[in-house]
Write a protein that binds this ligand. Sequence first.
Ligand SMILES: [Zn+2]
Length: 260
Amino acid sequence: MFFTRGPFMEIIDTHAHLEDLENLDASIHRAEEAGVIAVITMGTDYESNRWVLEESSKHQTSKLRIYPAIGVHPWGLDASKLDVNVQFIEENVSKAIALGEIGLDYWYREARKSEEAKELQRMLFRKMLRIAEKTKKPVSIHSRGAWADCVDMTIEANIKKAVFHWFTGPLDVLEKIFDNGYYVSATPAVAYSKHLRTVIEHTPLEHLLLETDSPVLYQGTPSEPVHVLKALSGVAELKNEKLETIAEKTTENAKHFFSI
Ligand SMILES: [Zn+2]
């Protein structure tokens, strides 16, 4: 059977968690068939960072490259384990193309309950930003419910390249993101999420990346890198632009941002 397809577009999924995919090789195959040329896979803790650095590249192909980012996600932090995590990142950061996933989440259950949990997140985030600043690595930031603090801390840390992934915060904070030359990224939720749609409507193409955050569920369905096409079509529809225009610009942005 033959499928007709439009002009071939090259797309980059700039934020995924590939170690959590059920059948990674099949997903990679589907993504490369659809024109995904690269995926940046995020580390979230010690185990995940090891997988990202040591295993992820075994799944790449000649058409789809997998690039590692390492970090500590703000969910479920265990103060007693942080030193090991941070030390691993300091020792291995040169093997990663970015720091991520890092950030703050004030809506996470522990952070809702205690100021101490928020302070622990901030302490860790500051350390991660310091490593990024020292090594000049770009950062991929989780900022749910902590939008202003995330952006302010990133500016204070003198970070040059930051993407606020799946950003759904207020427009005044978004303005600050652009004023500092930072980026936001659109997920497949751009098709239906009111908050994300508002953000993307206000985002100039010069500051936009695409991603899936795979294997996150969108309306009950688990995602994989090929779904970056849904983010692409959602953005194109919202901005009333051709798919090719959005693909070309966001891919150029991603290559520049991650120096790939
Ligand atoms: Zn993520």
